[in-house]
Design a protein around this ligand. Sequence first.
Ligand code: ZN
Ligand code: ZN
Length: 386
Amino acid sequence: MTHATSITRRHDLVRLEMRRLGVDALLVTHLPNIRYLTGFVGTAGAVIVTGQRCELLVDFRYATAARDLAAALPAGAVTVHAVDRSYDVAIVARLRDLRALRIGIEAPWLSVKRFNVLSADLAAGAPLPMERSEPCPVLVATERVVERLRAIKDEVEVAALREGGRRLSAIARGVHELVAPGRTELEIAADLEAALRRAGFSRPAFETIVASGPNSALPHARPGARAVESGDAVVLDFGGVYDGYCVDLTRTVQLGAPSTALQRLYDAVSAAHDAAIAAVKPGVRPSAIDAAARDVLRARGLGDAFGHGTGHGLGLEVHEDPRIARETPGVPDDPVEAGMVFTIEPGAYVPGIGGVRIEDDVLVVAGGCEPLTDAPSLIRARGLEA
Ligand code: ZN
Ligand code: ZN
């Protein structure tokens, strides 16, 4: 499979879903979805998919880049249209030209304001009711049309995620050298981000977390001026974007000897992490994978210390489908399928003691999962003995 064949296959799959939804066009405005359907990377753009066409609308800044990428695809797979006044004016003009009547929009990503503008402009351009031979175009709310496809990675995507995971693991295996008494969280975070660039990542996938000592009990602490001390647990959560795809890993580095209470957290989180990974295989619901981790922590009296989900999908975005979490009304809990990539990241956070999180990335394969990241789950750094 090449980039070109994976793009045209994605179009076929979107069209199948459009037929199921009864829409004759789909307006795609979420940038990661635009990238998925065309390969286009930019800060603005829109895509219109119809039964025959996939049109990419970009402004002057991106016109050349967009034409180059369309030229690398089979003829007609993606056609580029220049936006010269505003995106919404161009979108309405294209939808009219394409004679689209039932137009799917990405409800989670289109603001109410834009929805109103597009609806009004489409209606304004339609013939008056008494002259109308065909109905006025309508916008139809859709959700997760492209996201559902993105959840199952194709060969091209798996190759990028595997390579990203390999490179991230190499950094993880060296983190004990970054964590030393007297170094601040900010210094360690800067070193991790420099290591990401050196390893070939285009950028960090999110703001690097370094949380030491008391801060480790805060799951999403931001690195600060605190200097790490012997006895600290130091949570390092970092990730990078490799070839467009996000990978994400957490290790908790122990500086010097842990307290008995902290050692109990390490043992429990490590067991929860292994139990969740062992539960991953096609056909299992995300809530069951979450329960595998949560039950281990609960059995050790740490149920309340684990207040977040067990994992999240990875891909063009660092948080995408599927969510590996407790069953929640309104949140999909469809069984996981081969080709999905997500994190497993249980943690336990106890104010006064500290926090531990261990996070790895897995690819669902027939019968189980393939780990994409690999580093010792418990890492010791030398602390100065008090
Ligand atoms: Zn993470
Ligand atoms: Zn994560």
